[in-house]
Write a protein that binds this ligand. Structure first.
Ligand SMILES: *[C@@H]1O[C@H](CO)[C@@H](O)[C@H](O)[C@H]1NC(C)=O
Ligand SMILES: *[C@@H]1O[C@H](CO)[C@@H](O)[C@H](O)[C@H]1NC(C)=O
Ligand SMILES: *[C@@H]1O[C@H](CO)[C@@H](O)[C@H](O)[C@H]1NC(C)=O
Ligand SMILES: *[C@@H]1O[C@H](CO)[C@@H](O)[C@H](O)[C@H]1NC(C)=O
Ligand SMILES: *[C@@H]1O[C@H](CO)[C@@H](O)[C@H](O)[C@H]1NC(C)=O
Ligand SMILES: *[C@@H]1O[C@H](CO)[C@@H](O)[C@H](O)[C@H]1NC(C)=O
Ligand SMILES: *[C@@H]1O[C@H](CO)[C@@H](O)[C@H](O)[C@H]1NC(C)=O
Ligand SMILES: *[C@@H]1O[C@H](CO)[C@@H](O)[C@H](O)[C@H]1NC(C)=O
Length: 383
């Protein structure tokens, strides 16, 4: 035998245990008509196979992300719908090969007819961190129920006292719309994000207005805390003593930066911490420009301030469920937010409309930063 042959034989032998160690994991999808995966999560190694068996009814196994449990991950794997009648003996299967990278992996059932299976907690994970990690399987399932459950009863009863009758308002849904705008005798067509109750996009009749919101001049508040602003207007936040921020968030996760919760890659604006001494007479400012009619939500990033109601809105639709009072109430609900807010979520996924928001990298400097808000803006990221 040549030494090369010996080497090859030795290598082959050395690799053998690794090959044999690859495992096929079996997961039942919707066994006994229940909206579950059984087991609900597994630990698997790169190269392992997960074989899903579809039980009667009509389910999918679809990859999602931790932050958006019930939304298919862009470029993620999906079995597609598998309808099984209960008379045939042979059940469909679908296999997922565990990739070498970026564990954990999150999945859900996409069925929404007649109810959202995911919103009922029909989610699955490979290699989720154990409790009490904020990205545990339980946290993932709770978030699915919170975001897509028809009524928030499951998470509310799990985390709140019996006197708590708060029901989280529904997620906002958005569409892009087109409008013809006239300004300074020119007319053009614009695309904007439209939501029930949002006004048509117009400029303020006498030209853009600058709205001033004072931060922390009256306790832990923005003053005023909910404003309407037209396209082209600016909003200047003026920081008063103590140490606050102006950070964009989303309706359903009031106390988390949009960048951490967005499923469309939105960054959102951030002033960074603005320390102002008690005897200071010049107040740092942070400015944004309004380019769209969609509501803008935000909060103070200082520890505990948001939970005490230090939030603001611009162009909230006061006539609907996603109004400023509902947003503030959600911010002040520690339990829900704590469950959702625990980790720094990295989102990656797939709504069709990537945001054009430019995050402001202005942290820590007293400044006047003009920040562009994306005009076509976010769809799912505002949830
Ligand atoms: C399974 O569900 C999907 C989505 O609701 C639906 O489009 C499809 O027609 C269903 N399949 C059958 C065979 O009912
Ligand atoms: C099959 O489904 C039908 C309709 O849902 C039901 O009436 C019947 O009892 C089921 N049969 C079995 C063997 O589960
Ligand atoms: C969950 O809610 C999001 C946002 O409303 C929606 O896009 C998605 O289709 C829902 N998914 C399920 C499975 O309910
Ligand atoms: C402002 O608050 C942040 C966060 O708590 C802290 O890191 C920073 O040191 C504070 N700035 C001053 C000047 O106290
Ligand atoms: C503000 O107060 C600090 C500490 O109390 C002092 O050092 C500083 O000189 C004062 N500044 C002004 C403008 O009064
Ligand atoms: C709720 O938040 C407030 C303010 O941060 C805090 O003082 C309080 O302890 C929190 N309560 C719970 C139950 O977490
Ligand atoms: C919204 O702002 C208006 C005007 O500043 C104020 O009267 C109203 O109370 C605010 N709404 C809430 C829910 O705070
Ligand atoms: C928002 O409006 C400002 C002022 O007109 C403009 O400079 C900026 O480019 C706009 N942002 C976007 C994303 O269109």
């Amino acid at each position: 035998m040549s030494s090369a042959t010996v080497l090859a034989a030795t290598l082959a032998f050395a690799l053998l245990p690794a090959v044999l160690a690859q495992t096929t994991h079996s997961v039942q999808v919707g066994p006994n008509g229940n909206l579950v995966y059984d087991p609900p999560f597994i630990t698997a190694a790169a190269g392992d196979t997960v074989r899903f068996t579809f039980n009667p009814k009509n389910h999918t196994v679809t990859q999602s992300s931790f932050d958006a449990p019930c939304v298919p991950l862009a470029g993620g794997a999906s079995s597609g719908f598998h309808f099984e009648s209960n008379v045939t003996g042979l059940l469909d299967t679908w296999e997922f090969g565990v990739p070498a990278s970026s564990s954990p992996f999150w999945f859900h059932c996409e069925q929404t007819n007649p109810v959202s299976h995911c919103g009922k907690g029909m989610v699955f994970a490979i290699n989720p961190p154990a409790d009490p990690d904020p990205h545990s399987f339980d946290a993932f399932q709770k978030l699915a129920i919170q975001l897509n459950g028809t009524v928030n009863s499951a998470s509310a009863s799990a985390s709140a006292s019996s006197t708590d009758t708060y029901v989280t308002p529904p997620a906002q849904s958005w569409a892009t719309a087109t409008a013809t705008m006239t300004h300074d005798s020119s007319t053009w067509t614009t695309v904007y994000t439209s939501y029930d109750g949002t006004p048509s996009p117009t400029y303020a009749p006498d030209g853009p207005v600058n709205h001033v919101i004072k931060v922390g001049i009256d306790g832990l508040n923005y003053t005023p805390s909910n404003i309407s602003a037209a396209i082209g207007d600016t909003v200047t936040f003026e920081f008063h003593p103590k140490n606050h921020t102006v950070t964009q968030s989303s309706f359903l996760q009031p106390c988390k930066a949009l960048a951490e919760t967005s499923t469309t890659g939105q960054v959102g604006f951030k002033s960074g911490f603005q320390f102002v001494a008690d005897n200071q007479t010049d107040f740092p400012t942070f400015q944004i420009t309004i380019n769209d009619t969609m509501p803008i939500w935000g909060y103070c990033g200082q520890t505990g301030h948001c939970q005490q109601g230090m939030v603001f809105s611009i162009n909230a639709v006061e006539s609907g469920p996603n109004n400023f009072a509902a947003f503030k109430a959600l911010a002040m609900r520690n339990n829900t937010n704590a469950a959702v807010a625990g980790g720094s979520g990295s989102s990656s996924s797939g709504a069709p409309n990537p945001s054009q928001s430019t995050g402001a990298a202005v942290n820590g400097k007293p400044m006047s930063a003009v920040l562009a808000l994306g005009i076509i803006g976010a769809v799912a990221a505002l949830l």
